[in-house]
Design a protein around this ligand. Structure first.
Ligand code: FE2
Ligand code: FE2
Length: 296
């Protein structure tokens, strides 16, 4: 039901390779052509604009927590493969952060100035957490967030491929590039958390904090973007509610998969989305692979 089962549980597939691909997407140019680059629909477009704007600081938070726990345990005490994977995870997230920073800048340039203040607020929270929240607790939040981002790939494949198909070309490519790399590194922080001897309760606390956090930040940005366009009217409020909580809504469809994380013996590689992700969006991956080949 939730994708191909991996026979050997609790570890990464033997053919797993994690690559940090350097590639560019002309997001600002595309946004200048059509502000509502997703299905010509402000509610859906601004949902993605809102979600992605939490990523640059979020991804820095993930990198900080992984680095801090790795250094606390000591590199010499970690398995070789995990050490290598942590390095590539950091590179992947650093590139993702850059893409999403360009995306946010394109929004600021398009007149949504408050996106800058939203990012500053998240930066302050990240720096505060680095000083005041134990690294293992931050990693438990990262591990849960990584499950969210991997769940998005699952969601696009099995539930709402239309949310990829409806985006304009550069955004389609960025969403799929990001989804692929999120799947590749989905277990890195989880495995590091296990190495840190992090327990079940803290893992659940991380899930709870991350869930509340992401919902709060995405909804306030979503509302701001629609208000700024003068489109926060009754019909769009209903549409936004349906997009998130309707029968085929994003949260409605994502939550059952996200909750697999609450199983005490959960491991991210219980399911493997790599092949199905490519197969479901083969035509887009053809263009994307060509772009990635020339970029590397
Ligand atoms: Fe990422
Ligand atoms: Fe990630």
């Amino acid at each position: 039901m939730f994708g191909m089962k991996v026979k050997k549980k609790q570890s990464a597939p033997t053919d797993l390779t994690i690559d940090a691909r350097k590639v560019e997407f002309p997001l600002a140019e595309d946004m200048a052509k059509n502000r509502y680059w997703h299905s010509n629909d402000p509610v859906v477009t601004h949902f993605f604009n809102a979600l992605q704007s939490t990523f640059p600081e979020g991804e820095r938070f993930f990198i900080d927590s992984a680095r801090d726990v790795r250094d606390k345990i000591g590199k010499e005490n970690l398995p070789e493969v995990l050490k290598r994977h942590i390095d590539v995870f950091i590179r992947q997230e650093a590139f993702h952060g850059q893409h999403h920073e360009h995306w946010t800048q394109a929004l600021i340039d398009a007149g949504y100035g408050r996106m800058d203040a939203f990012s500053d607020e998240l930066k302050k929270m990240r720096l505060w957490a680095k000083e005041n929240v134990p690294a293992e607790t931050r990693l438990s939040m990262t591990s849960a967030s990584e499950h969210f981002t991997a769940s998005m790939a699952h969601f696009f494949i099995y539930k709402r491929p239309d949310l990829i198909r409806g985006a304009s070309e550069p955004f389609q490519q960025l969403l799929l590039y990001h989804a692929l790399e999120e799947v590749e590194h989905k277990a890195v922080c989880f495995d590091l958390y296990q190495e840190s001897k992090g327990g079940y309760r803290l893992r659940m606390l991380g899930l709870l904090i991350s869930s509340v956090d992401i919902m709060k930040h995405v909804s306030e940005r979503h509302i701001y973007l629609l208000k700024k366009d003068g489109l926060w009217n009754l019909s769009n409020r209903v549409k936004a509610m349906n997009l998130i909580w309707g029968r085929k809504g994003i949260a409605t469809q994502l939550i059952p998969y996200v909750l697999t994380y609450t199983k005490p013996n959960f491991h991210p590689w219980e399911t493997d989305e790599r092949v199905k992700l490519r197969a479901s969006f083969e035509d887009i991956f053809q263009q994307l692979d060509a772009k990635m080949a020339t970029a590397s």
